[in-house]
Each structure stands twice: as structure tokens, then as C-alpha cells.
Design a protein around this ligand. Structure first.
Ligand code: PLP
Length: 392
């Protein structure tokens, strides 16, 4: 009798793998955990080449769909190399673990994404890494906070949620002179509006979850910079298991293709919303770096090509007023996160700054009356009308 099990196994092997002759326009999703070698010599050559090379062994280390995305991200940020991760926090944690050892010191702006703050303060603190948080004004020139053990300065510009900016070239120069690695979270600006590596920063981090993917359907992160640092972080990614899934990487690559046109609309819509909000009664302050009234407008205008899609409004009536307006919104969706097609509104004290002490909030310039708006791609008139009725 024929051995049907052996026959079917062989049939599956024949159909598996590459499709010679097919030249896809887009990089396919390499939905495979492992890669096949023809010989021990091929395996030896791969091991000699390392995980960032042209051949592949295992998708936790590297995968062609993700290498394609990494090459695109390195190109748009003008870096030597890039790595992608399963979330922005995967990028933050792998970067810090890749660069730091017990006894090292980090200086970090206090106006920073809450997850990054908690990671440094609680988790990394348990492993012997100490952090000094500096007020926004000090982060303009962080040298006073540096010690002989300082390895990393971590900052954002524009910051979350007050959109404060620092002179990035000046910060980068101060860090370089002190031998400290500068890392900027460029999630809010995007490489369309700001390219920090060209201003001298060592590493650029992104939550790709936001504008770069742009459709609120994936979580992903990235780090871009020089090859030596990226290789150190690649080692941490491999051991921490923070690699991105290839299907999610494909979605981010697709989102990236429309980043420039989306950002042009985000920039224009946010400017329209910010200008309109300035005229609304009960609004104590509007934070948008494109407004001449913003304290860092001059810096932003010098180093940014556009001012981004984030607008924060501080209401005179405090938390109760913010809560009431939040509940009345009809076009803006009540949701955390940012950077997608749909306009979103969040209450920073309950989302990105949740659990912060009054002192931490004050240090970051965050109030309980703030609403943070991620201005989407809808008709700007609809967005302005929605905000006017919610704040009325
Ligand atoms: C500025 C900034 N950095 C980092 C992160 C973390 O990214 P993720 O949620 O993709 O882990 C976020 C998420 O909200 C963010 O807003």
C-alpha cells in the first residue's frame, strides 16, 4: 500500500517557499518563524554575517518584511540603520537596556511620555540605573544635571501634552561635548516635520503606532541612528523578544507611503483648530507650536517644516470643565493614542499622565483642565464646530 503520509509531507515541501519569477511591487509579508538553509556552509556564512545581514535565520532576530521597513525608516530619518519593535515602549525599553548597565545614570526631561518616565523611575531603577528628571527649561541645556556616570539624555520636542520645544541642535551639541548619547522621541513631530539626526542627535525613537502607521490599527516602535548603537540595541531586542510581527510591519510600511500627504493635512487641520480655539470663551490657553503665542514658536519655526497634528487646550474651569467638554464631543472620539485618520480627544491626567503626583504634573506643566486633541484628517470646519459646541 502507498504511504500517503510521506507523500503529502513531500507535496507540502515542494509548494513551500519563494515564488521564482514573481516580482511583487510591495514587499510581501514573510509570515514565517524560521528560514531554511541549503547547507552547513550557508548556515556558517549566515552566522559570520550576523543578524543584520542579507540572510535570515529566525524571525525574532530579523525578517525580510521588517528589514524592508527598517531600511525605509533609516532613509526617511537619514540614519545609518533602524530597528523595529512590537510597540513604542518595546523600542524605548530595548534601547535603554541595550545602552545601559547597572551604575549608569540617565538624564530625562520631565515632560516625557508617561510610559518612558515609569520605566526609568521604577523598572530600570530596580536594575541599578538611576535617573534625574529635569524641568523643560533645564532640558534646553541639560549639562548641569550630567554626572560622570551619565550615559543617556532622553527628551521630546514637541513634548506631550504641552507641545513645548527645545533647540534640538543645541541639546545635541551639549550631549556630544559631554560624551552622552542623546535620544529624542520624535513621535509627535514625525520625520516629515522634523529630522533630529540631521540636527546632530544620536538616536531617534518612534512610536510607529501613531502617525507613521497612521490608521490606529497597529502597535509598533522604532529606533534609528548610527550602526554601532543600533547593533547594541539589536542584541537587546533579540534577547528581550521585542521584535515586531511581520504582518504589523507590512501595515506600517503601507502607512508610511502616505505619511507625507497625511502630515500636510494634519498640520493644516491642527492649525485651523488651534486658531479657532483661541477665540472660544472659557479657554485659558491653547498650546500649539504653530501659534505665534506659543512660548517656543520661534524655535519650532526654525527647526520644523510643519507644526504637527497635536493641539492641547487648557480650560479655565479646570477638571470639571474638561470632563464636561470631553463628554459632549460628537466628531472627536474619546480615546487615548494619537496620529490616526480619526480625530481623538484625551484627558492627559487620566491617560498619558495617569497616576502622576501633583509635583510631577507641575514639573511637566500639565494641568487637570487640559484636553489633548489629536487632530485627524476630517473636514476642519466639522472639527471646529464640534469643539465650539462641546466647550459652549
Ligand atoms: C510620545 C510617545 N512616545 C512613546 C509612546 C509609546 O508608544 P506605544 O504605545 O506604541 O508603546 C507613546 C504612546 O502613546 C507616545 O505618545
Amino acid at each position: 500500500m502507498k504511504d500517503s503520509r510521506r507523500l503529502s509531507t513531500r507535496a507540502i515541501h515542494v509548494a513551500e517557499g519563494a515564488a521564482p519569477g514573481a516580482r511583487p511591487l510591495t514587499t510581501p509579508i514573510y509570515e514565517t518563524s524560521t528560514f531554511v538553509f541549503d547547507s552547513a556552509a550557508d548556515l556558517e556564512a549566515h552566522v559570520a554575517d550576523g543578524d543584520g545581514g542579507a540572510t535570515y535565520m529566525y524571525s525574532r532576530y530579523a525578517n525580510p518584511t521588517l528589514s524592508s521597513l527598517e531600511a525605509k525608516l533609516a532613509s526617511i530619518e537619514e540614519g545609518e540603520a533602524a530597528l523595529v519593535f512590537g510597540s513604542g515602549m518595546g523600542a524605548v525599553s530595548s534601547t535603554l537596556v541595550g545602552l545601559l548597565s547597572a551604575g549608569d545614570h540617565v538624564v530625562c526631561s520631565a515632560s516625557i511620555y508617561g510610559g518612558t518616565l515609569h520605566l526609568l523611575q521604577t523598572l530600570l531603577g530596580r536594575f541599578g540605573v538611576t535617573t534625574t528628571f529635569v524641568h523643560h527649561e533645564e532640558s534646553r541645556d541639560p549639562r548641569a544635571a550630567f554626572t560622570a556616570q551619565t550615559e543617556v539624555f532622553w527628551f521630546e520636542s514637541p513634548t506631550n501634552p504641552t507641545l513645548r520645544c527645545v533647540d534640538i541642535a543645541r541639546v545635541a551639541e551639549a550631549c556630544r561635548a559631554a560624551g552622552v548619547t542623546s535620544v529624542i522621541d520624535n513621535t509627535f513631530a514625525t520625520p516629515c516635520n522634523q529630522q533630529p539626526l540631521t540636527l546632530g542627535v544620536d538616536l531617534v525613537m518612534h512610536s510607529l503606532t501613531k502617525y507613521i502607521n497612521g490608521h490606529s490599527d497597529v502597535t509598533a516602535g522604532a529606533i534609528v541612528g548610527d550602526r554601532a548603537r543600533i547593533d547594541a540595541i539589536r542584541g537587546a531586542r533579540k534577547l528581550l523578544g521585542t521584535m515586531l510581527d511581520p504582518a504589523a510591519g507590512f501595515a506600517v510600511s503601507r502607512g508610511l507611503k502616505t505619511l507625507e500627504v497625511r502630515m500636510a493635512r494634519h498640520n493644516a487641520n491642527a492649525m485651523a483648530v488651534a486658531e479657532a480655539l483661541q477665540q472660544v470663551e472659557g479657554v485659558a490657553a491653547v498650546y500649539y507650536p504653530g501659534l505665534p503665542s506659543h512660548p517656543d514658536h520661534a524655535i519650532a519655526a526654525r527647526q520644523m517644516r510643519g507644526f504637527g497634528g497635536m493641539v492641547t487646550v487648557d480650560l479655565a474651569g479646570g477638571f470639571e470643565a474638561a470632563r464636561r467638554a470631553y463628554d459632549r464631543l460628537q466628531v472627536f472620539q474619546r480615546a487615548a493614542s494619537l496620529g490616526g485618520v480619526e480625530s481623538l480627544c484625551s484627558l492627559p491626567v487620566l491617560t498619558s499622565q495617569a497616576g502622576w503626583s501633583d509635583a510631577q504634573l507641575a514639573q511637566a506643566g500639565v494641568t487637570r483642565g487640559m484636553l489633548r486633541l489629536s487632530v485627524g484628517l476630517e473636514d476642519p470646519a466639522d472639527l471646529v464646530d464640534d469643539l465650539r459646541q462641546a466647550l459652549a
